[in-house]
Ligand binder design. Structure first.
Ligand SMILES: [Zn+2]
Ligand SMILES: [Zn+2]
Length: 436
């Protein structure tokens, strides 16, 4: 017989995290990660939902081109993903939800994200994943935001709650695709994944909490954002013989950029706009260019302010198109709403953290001051009368988020799983008591 020793929770999460870290996948191509999570959830006795069961397909933002999806699917097959599962997920249907129902009554959820970034991982001697042989084997992609850690914590919570027979109610564990670029949450929310959820938890590692053993019980100040592509179509013409027949998409695109930077700021709170890129025309200097694309984003201190920024930006793109006689289509490439964490759930996280080993610093609240599409889930749960909170899991970092040298302290994972599973149990107990 082989080694019969059961893996400790910490060993389990480190193994899972390193496996995911070594095989990172970007938005809508998280095939291997989804399959891994599904297999683990099944092992712990969860009902597993996948593909159309967890996604409103029309609400997926910025799906990669078909060719890109096929390449990622091929890679996942080569890496051993079950062909039947692959078939179900093909075409960018990633993401998975695990449900453990013990009784009718309260439903609590934990959401984690699973996607990686188009960042090349450091191969330097002081970068631990490289040193210890679990650095990314997918060229140009790596987990530089800690979503591998979130996924491992989600599975740690799955295991703790499965092994503990003391609680009643239902737990939903949501493994979301495509958080980077704000592309995935809305599709799951629109599918109704959190419609029955009363208590909603989520986390991020190493943001506003930079010590291992530190917990921030909630964040407010999630900015609302829209990621947009303005695509201009004009008409080509010979620039010498009949320029009057040409309609320049390049000039319209350029005018839209200047116009959008001039949107008046909103008096009710913060707002931002950034033009990230413009490309137009081709290589021929004697042709009136018929194509242009402007990639930009708006942000707002509240959903309303961002809505104002987006509406103004769209109006200006249309105005620029009109000015040059071309057409424009402004495409939504990703979005998030504004939101805050609820004090009631933050109290529960505090109480859970106080009882958890390894926690030595508890901070009540910090301002996130960035965007996260978790806000779609939070606001949906709230609109149904529920509560939501996003906990910041403290960890020492080797380098900042989205850098190729980003790395966390793996000790934080056990702390995160312990605090979150305890918070979920406490909340379910409280509500089961209230109802009976
Ligand atoms: Zn990120
Ligand atoms: Zn992140």
């Amino acid at each position: 017989m082989g080694d019969q020793r059961t893996e400790t929770l910490s060993e389990y999460m480190i193994r899972v995290r390193r496996d995911i870290h070594r095989h990172p996948e970007t938005a809508w191509t998280e095939y291997r990660t989804t399959a891994l999570v599904a297999r683990e959830l099944e092992k712990w006795g969860y009902q597993v939902l996948l593909a159309e069961e967890v996604l409103d397909l029309e609400s997926r933002s910025a799906l990669p081109a078909a060719g890109q999806l096929e390449l990622a699917e091929m890679r996942a097959r080569e890496e051993g993903v079950d062909p039947e599962l692959m078939q179900r997920m093909a075409g960018g249907k990633t993401g998975v939800v695990g449900i453990l129902k013990r009784s009718e009554g309260p439903v609590a959820a934990l959401r984690v994200d699973m996607d990686a970034l188009e960042v090349t991982e450091s191969a330097g001697p002081d970068h631990r994943p490289a040193q210890q042989g679990f650095a990314s084997c997918h060229e140009g992609i790596c987990h530089a935001c800690g979503h591998d850690v979130h996924t491992a914590v989600g599975l740690g919570v799955a295991r703790i709650l499965a092994e503990d027979q003391s609680w009643q109610g239902t737990v939903k564990l949501i493994f979301q695709p495509g958080e980077e670029g704000m592309r995935g949450a809305r599709a799951m929310m629109e599918r109704g994944i959190v419609d029955d959820v009363h208590d909603f938890f989520s986390l991020h590692v190493g943001i506003r909490a930079l010590e291992t053993g530190e917990i921030v019980t909630g964040c407010d100040g999630f900015l609302a954002t829209s990621k947009l592509d303005a695509v201009f179509h004009g008409a080509t013409a010979h620039a010498g013989i009949c320029p009057q027949e040409g309609k320049s998409a390049l000039l319209a695109a350029a005018a839209s950029c200047i116009g959008m930077q001039g949107i008046p700021r909103h008096g009710d709170g913060s707002s931002r706009i950034n033009i990230g890129g413009i490309s137009a025309g081709g290589n021929s200097r004697n042709v009136v260019p018929d194509y242009g694309i402007v990639k930009f984003e708006t942000r707002g201190g509240s959903t309303e302010i961002n809505r104002y920024m987006e509406a103004e930006a769209r109006r200006i793109c249309e105005g620029a198109a009109l000015m040059y006689g071309v057409s424009v289509e402004v495409r939504n490439m990703g979005s998030a709403e504004g939101s805050d964490s609820d004090g009631e759930l933050m109290q529960v996280i505090r109480a859970a953290a106080e009882r958890s080993g390894g926690v030595h610093k508890i901070v009540e609240k910090k301002s996130f001051d960035a965007c996260e599409d978790v806000t779609y889930f939070m606001n949906r749960v709230r609109s149904n009368g529920g509560k939501a909170a996003v906990m910041m899991l403290g960890s020492r970092l080797a380098a900042g988020h989205h850098s190729g040298s980003f790395d966390i302290d793996e000790k934080c994972m056990e702390i995160g799983a312990e605090v979150l599973s305890r918070a979920i149990r406490m909340r379910l107990e409280e509500e089961t008591r209230q109802k009976s």
